[in-house]
Design a protein around this ligand. Structure first.
Ligand code: MEV
Length: 316
């Protein structure tokens, strides 16, 4: 570990937010999904030395100081202690990790995964280890599983790799190369998206009606494949109709709501090439495919339709 005479951080790391382009919910059942990082919002971790041994996480946005050797049940303690076990360290030196995030919480933008990713990655560096994205993603997934029911692993994967990904549950990840970059607007309904509740609701309805739900998932798989082809080799404007079709399926599986539907129609009426909810649904965010020329008009239309925040991101 490096010396710290001016009390500068001895290690820093950042992790982006994420949005799901296609395949949310169906991904839990093995359907391929596409997810992209959102670089405009991020979680950051800075590690400082301190005189007393043990690791304290200073979660600035939560106004909480978590002592990872005594607040054992806290997710950030579990993440820290799992990392120490992974690195074979039983008596950590005195460190404070200052954690901050600009990623909206409970919005389907991967804030939990990003905070844990930044923490693990900065702490590992401070302890003299450079972990690869796969290892960080696995360590984050352990925490996601404890607190998010039955996650597919897509959030930790896209956030830890920080690049567009083609993701199939329990399979090796394929990074996605974009042929032509494209513009996405991400608009927030302002309603908290409880992913665990949404995923559990789909599970219940799937179990009550497996053939119908399998048909929905198969249709979503088809959209993911078509979207992958147009991202990698074609023209991203072809993604627009695929968004609209996916939104119709997400409505059928019961994860859209009036606020999401209103933002989706406002975006398409204002000239977006397509729009759909993104992530867990029942609130949270929707995404709209726009061009350079329609960014402003669609942003205004989304705000007028009640969006509490609109983020522009460029997928490349
Ligand atoms: C959440 O970002 C995406 C869901 O498909 C849940 C998951 O994959 O774990 C809704």
């Amino acid at each position: 570990m490096r010396h710290d005479p001016l009390h500068q951080p001895i290690a820093t790391a950042a992790a982006p937010g994420k949005f799901i382009l296609h395949g949310e919910h169906a991904v839990v059942y093995g359907v391929p999904a596409i997810a992209c990082p959102v670089d405009g919002v991020q979680a950051t971790a800075q590690v400082f030395t301190k005189d007393t041994p043990g690791i304290v996480v200073d979660a600035v946005d939560l106004n909480a100081q978590i002592r990872t050797q005594t607040d054992l049940d806290h997710p950030l303690s579990l993440a820290t202690n799992n990392l120490l076990t992974h690195l074979g360290i039983s008596a950590p030196p005195g460190l404070t990790v200052k954690l901050q995030s600009t990623i909206p919480i409970a919005a389907g933008l991967g804030s939990g995964a990003a905070i844990t990713t930044a923490l693990i990655s900065a702490l590992a560096q401070a302890l003299g280890h450079q972990l690869d994205a796969a290892t960080i993603s696995n360590l984050v997934f352990e925490i996601e599983k404890l607190f998010h029911g039955t996650p597919s692993g897509i959030d930790n994967t896209v956030v830890a790799y920080a690049q567009p990904v083609w993701f199939i549950r329990d399979k090796e990840l394929t990074p996605l190369k974009t042929n032509i970059p494209f513009h996405i607007l991400i608009a927030d309904t302002g309603i908290a998206s409880e992913t665990v509740t949404a995923v559990a609701g789909v599970r219940q309805r799937f179990e009550a009606n497996p053939a119908q739900y399998q048909a929905y998932f198969d249709a979503i798989a088809d959209l993911s494949h078509k979207a992958k082809a147009s991202i990698e080799t074609g023209d991203p404007s072809a993604l627009g109709p695929l968004f609209n079709e996916n939104q119709r399926l997400l409505q059928q599986i019961g994860v859209s709501n009036a606020a999401l539907d209103a933002l989706v129609s406002a975006a398409t009426q204002a000239g977006a090439l397509g729009a759909k909810l993104s992530g867990g649904g029942l609130g949270g965010n929707m995404i709209a495919l726009v061009t350079q020329d329609t960014i402003d008009t669609v942003t205004t239309a989304l705000q007028q339709a009640g969006a509490t925040r609109v983020i522009h991101t460029y997928v490349q």
